[in-house]
Design a binder for this molecule. Structure first.
Ligand SMILES: [Zn+2]
Length: 263
């Protein structure tokens, strides 16, 4: 057994037995952990509201070797992020970020994912209502970059030839990014990504805000989901991301020049 104290962020929580809760946290020092908070469902327990979804704090954890479930002794909350529960859009986006951390976090370098996840949730919490989708998709791609599997966009993912900035490309999920015209002809399938959408994606991956709305966001969300599914490769759906994507499809169409990823 090994006691650690580490900054952490609550990703998911569910009831466990009569009085406890199991909490998934992403930590700065030990990656993504499942911990049991004993007594957390009793009235006036020591955790109080600290373990609310998307809250940050300092977690005291006893690590049980290679077991999957560790013990949470305390969680001193530093930030609650209640704003994320005030809008369905923000909550949906935050849930997709949390799901990303849970699904991709186990093999990640510790620290990077925690910092990027906090930054993503803070950006979504602070976004005005209209820009929530673009801010969220941009931050999801930054998480991808933080974990080291960002798509290749300025050169061909297959032959590494440079691709002109104004070129429309084919995006091949399996190859890991954009293909040059010659490689695209040899590998049918993939998504057409117009130059404008590729520029937006490049900006997002490098941490630069770039607006996108309506059809463009829906195209970007689909590209993101397909890319993540290809990388996970386990056939299990990204439920929170899909739910959030479906929500974007219910929005009334906004009349903007089409900049998204085409069919
Ligand atoms: Zn090529």
């Amino acid at each position: 057994m090994n006691q650690i104290e580490t900054p952490a962020l609550v990703l998911h929580t569910f009831d466990y037995r009569e009085t406890s809760r199991i909490v998934r946290i992403v930590t700065r020092d030990a990656g993504v952990l499942s911990v049991v908070a004993r007594g957390a469902r009793r009235p006036r327990n020591k955790f109080g509201a600290a373990l609310d979804l998307f809250a940050s704090g300092v977690a005291q954890v006893t690590m049980h070797g290679t077991r999957d479930l560790h013990a949470l002794h305390g969680f001193d909350a530093t930030r609650s992020r209640r704003e994320l529960a005030e809008s369905l859009d923000k909550f949906g986006a935050a849930s997709a970020v949390a799901e990303f951390c849970i699904r991709f976090g186990h093999d990640s370098e510790t620290g990077h994912l925690f910092g990027a996840a906090e930054a993503a949730l803070d950006a979504i919490a602070a976004a005005d209502a209209v820009s929530v989708p673009a801010v969220a998709v941009a931050n999801a791609w930054r998480l991808v970059a933080e974990l080291g599997f960002a798509p290749t966009l300025s050169q061909c993912a297959s032959c590494h030839a440079g691709i002109a900035a104004d070129a429309d490309v084919t995006f091949a999920h399996r190859a890991g990014g954009a293909l040059c015209a010659a490689c695209a002809r040899r590998a049918p399938g993939g998504r057409r990504v117009p130059a404008g959408a590729r520029a937006t994606l490049t900006a997002w991956l490098s941490g630069v805000e770039s607006p996108a709305d309506g059809p463009a966001i829906r195209s970007h969300l689909r590209l993101l989901r397909e890319f993540l599914e290809e990388h996970l490769g386990d056939g299990r759906p990204l439920r929170a991301l899909i739910a959030w994507e479906e929500r974007q499809q219910e929005r009334p169409a906004i009349r903007v020049p089409r900049q998204g990823v085409s069919e």
